[in-house]
Design a binder for this molecule. Structure first.
Ligand SMILES: [Zn+2]
Length: 307
């Protein structure tokens, strides 16, 4: 029995898997706990696993493997992952950020290891990449990436068949690459003018006063100003996709996330247009495709860590 745990800045989702097939049992979701001591999030996760076990009629000790797909970045303490996520840990940016805690980190791996025999924690985009490589649009592709264009922008990267992790498991934080001289856009990470600050769902709402869904709806209806704004978003996102293609010599990039996933027909050709013709030796052999798992990528991301 496996516990599949998905930790985001807004929600925590937990489900169980018997180990046979992809079925997720007793799935539940709650707002991410951000009050109390900094082990509150780990305690929330373990309580939710126990509740899932109760719903499924299982003794909790039957669940000994835990896969955790979490928003990053991570820091390591004694080799164990702690979350240093700007949307969870209020101590990073201070009281001005408005979070109800002063956490610098939220320990996750160490407390879970006291509860489960096996624990694997990965960045959510890395987990989604593993799910796409196993069951989705990246099967059989050794040089590939998964890119989510959602509330934030995240990337999981794979070269020569090896998923990149980096010194703290933070490889793929491409949402925080600088791609513009724009000095108006402040990212939650503190950078000004990085990809996430310019094009992420939360940035669109902040910069243009309309959420991404409304903006895209207007563009599709032919509103000239909205079309121009979306073209500009695609120019920035397209540069980010070009950059990782140039650096990693990628063959295929799978795209997901709510901003992209709800507007595939409109956004995909515009993003493809940003790669086409730029240094063809690098870009001609790279295709952009929608995530094969569609809006289920997140559900299977944690499960992919335990296969
Ligand atoms: Zn940033």
């Amino acid at each position: 029995m496996k516990a599949c745990i998905d930790i985001g800045g807004t929600k925590v989702a937990v489900s169980l898997n018997t180990g046979a097939g992809l079925e997720l049992l007793a799935r539940r979701s709650e707002p991410t706990i951000k009050t109390g001591t900094n082990d509150a999030l780990a305690r929330q996760v373990m309580r939710m696993v126990d509740e899932a076990c109760a719903e499924a009629g299982l003794p909790p000790d039957k669940v000994q493997r835990a896969g955790v797909s979490s928003a990053g970045p991570f820091v390591l303490r004694n080799g164990m992952v702690e979350l240093s996520t700007p949307n969870i840990c209020g101590g990073l940016a201070g009281p001005a950020r408005g979070l109800p805690n002063d956490w610098i980190t939220a320990p996750i791996e160490a407390p879970l290891r006291r509860r489960f025999a096996e624990v694997r924690v990965e960045n959510d985009a890395v987990s989604a990449l593993e799910a796409e490589r196993r069951w989705g649009a990246l099967q059989g592709v050794d040089d590939c990436a998964y890119v989510t264009w959602s509330t934030g922008v995240g990337m999981g990267l794979c070269v020569d068949g090896r998923v990149l992790r980096g010194k703290n498991g933070n490889a793929g934080h491409g949402g925080h690459m600088f791609v513009s001289d724009n000095d108006q856009a402040l990212c939650g990470c503190g950078n000004v003018g990085d990809v996430e600050a310019l094009v992420a769902g939360n940035a669109v709402a902040r910069r243009f006063g309309a959420d991404a869904a409304t903006l895209l709806q207007k563009a599709k209806a032919g509103d000239a100003a909205a079309i121009q704004t979306v073209d500009e978003l695609c120019r920035v996102m397209g540069r980010a996709l070009y950059n990782i293609t140039a650096i990693l010599d990628l063959q295929r990039i799978s795209l997901g996330g709510s901003v992209f996933g709800n507007n595939i027909d409109y956004l995909l050709p515009r993003l493809q247009g940003q790669l086409r013709g730029k240094l063809p030796a690098l870009t001609d052999g790279c295709e952009l495709v929608p995530a094969g798992l569609g809006d289920k990528v997140g559900d299977y991301a944690a499960l992919a860590l335990l296969v």
